[in-house]
Design a protein around this ligand. Structure first.
Ligand code: F0G
Length: 464
């Protein structure tokens, strides 16, 4: 272990705790600071990195799209995540995403027309935002010569890992909770050839076990405790800025599960501000599902804050203990965010401080209604993604977000990820034939019609 500050290196790893700040070389594979146990960041000596003087300079890369690294929505910002050589960078053409002004959703959440945007990450190669992070993590994995990569997952991380492993020839091992992941995602992991371990437990159990297996077998872990993963996810925010003509929005709203995304967004804005590339940091809203509301509880009930890095670590451990003692298990239709012990809680607290953020929870019924609206307004997304839209509606109704504020909801995953949830919402029956709970305000119920042209035409003409 090289624990000296690698002054000569432009990029290094650093403990997030200001009281520790231990640094490690970029070549080390770690998911926590060996000195104090806190999370690690990838940090940069910006004086040694050729960062453009203004963000709009990145737009020049569009003219060179025949080069895979300039085509990539991650690597065309490579000076802002410059931790490896070009020859190690992995890309599958991730990050060709869309920031769409959506007035239908603006009306739904109570925002003014023209003020609500959707950042659609379902367009990524594996259909979720995870590919941004995976491109970066696999680049690091390749640069350190890793052969076997592993993760615990509620589905999307495993799909993305499996795809990037198939692409790079690494061996993929994924831990998923038995019966806890949506079929679209399981289908991907299987089809891309990952060794898929269905653990008899939930995501938090998978996370615990994958860490143990990683330590024992020397696997390369790509969950978002891997600081390189989060470097890739910073680029989602660069593309949001790009979509807004390089201006910061007033609010960014993201669903919160393991809290990697929100942490990455906070780091992106922290660095851009430090570099003088933005003059204003947007506010951040992280939205939990009500059935998996650990962050909401930590922030709003227990009043936990980052406190300039002196956050109350014991309070988080106490919450985990309380969950054990009360046998509290997360449960939500938004299976992607069915997580009770978010590994990035501390980094998310930092992001909330940097971005003057807020945390809220929304019910499954609100999530599914919002999801149906996202579909009807012309994009579509999976249940967890719609938490951001349900969160926008809640925060506007509470007067926290002004209807005139420029707001971006991140749609993290594609609608085909979880067809069971969608069909269940619209038909009222789940795949087991049981009735689906909830209001189902926007259900588009299929119409049974006999094989008869008169009946078919009548069904088409009948007013809805
Ligand atoms: N939205 C989707 C579609 C997700 O798959 C996830 C996380 C999140 C939101 C939450 O993001 O963890 O960064 O707070 N999915 C992980 C997985 C946990 O295993 O696929 P986060």
């Amino acid at each position: 272990m090289r624990e000296t500050i690698p002054q000569t290196d432009p990029a290094f790893q650093q403990c997030i705790s200001p009281a520790c700040k231990a640094t490690y070389s970029i070549e080390e594979v770690r998911v926590a600071c060996p000195k104090c146990g806190d999370l690690l960041d990838v940090a940069y000596d910006w004086s040694k990195v050729k960062v453009p003087r203004k963000l709009s300079d990145f737009a020049n890369r569009w003219a060179k799209r025949d080069h895979p690294l300039d085509f990539s929505g991650v690597w065309r910002f490579r000076e802002l995540l410059d931790f490896c050589d070009d020859r190690h960078r992995v890309t599958l053409g991730e990050g060709q995403t869309l920031l769409e002004r959506n007035d239908g959703i603006a009306a739904y959440v109570g925002a003014k027309a023209g003020r609500l945007h959707l950042q659609y990450e379902g367009l990524n190669p594996s259909g979720s935002f995870k590919d941004n992070g995976m491109a970066a993590a696999f680049s690091h994995a390749r640069s350190v010569g890793a052969k076997r990569v592993a993760c615990a997952s509620t589905g999307n991380t495993s799909a993305s890992l499996a795809l990037y492993a198939a692409h790079t020839g690494m061996e993929a091992i994924v831990f998923v909770g038995s019966g806890r992941i949506a079929f679209g995602k399981l289908a991907q992991a299987l089809d891309y050839g990952a060794r898929t371990l269905q653990i008899a437990g939930d995501f938090d159990a998978c996370m615990r076990r994958v860490k143990e297996a990683t330590a024992r077998l020397g696997l390369y872990l790509v969950n978002s405790v891997n600081p390189f993963r989060l470097e890739g996810q910073k680029t989602i925010m660069y593309r949001v800025l790009e979509g807004l003509g390089w201006e910061a929005p007033d609010w960014v709203i993201a669903p919160g599960g393991n809290l990697g995304n929100s942490s990455a967004f906070g780091k992106a804005f922290m660095e851009l501000k430090e570099l003088g590339l933005i003059d204003r940091v947007p506010r951040l809203a992280v939205i939990n599902a009500a059935g998996a509301d650990t962050l909401d509880r930590l922030v709003n009930t227990k009043k936990l804050t980052w406190n300039a890095g002196r956050y109350d670590r014991a309070a988080i451990a106490d919450d985990w203990k309380w969950q054990d003692e009360t046998h509290r298990l997360p449960h939500t239709i938004a299976s992607a965010i069915e997580i009770a012990r978010p590994v990035n809680a501390a980094k998310c607290l930092r992001a909330l401080e940097v971005c003057n953020g807020v945390v809220r929870s929304v019910s499954d019924a609100d999530i599914l209604d919002a999801k149906a609206q996202v579909g009807r307004c012309g994009l579509g997304c999976e249940p967890a993604s719609a938490a951001s839209v349900a969160g926008a509606k809640l925060l506007i109704s509470q007067g926290v977000i002004d209807p005139d504020a420029r707001t971006v909801c991140v749609l993290t995953g594609h609608p085909l990820k979880d067809p069971d949830a969608t069909v269940g919402y619209h038909t009222g029956l789940n795949p087991q034939g049981k009735e689906v709970a909830g209001r189902r305000l926007y259900a588009n119920v299929p119409i049974p019609v006999p094989d008869d042209i008169e009946a078919i035409c009548a069904a088409i003409e009948r007013p809805t």
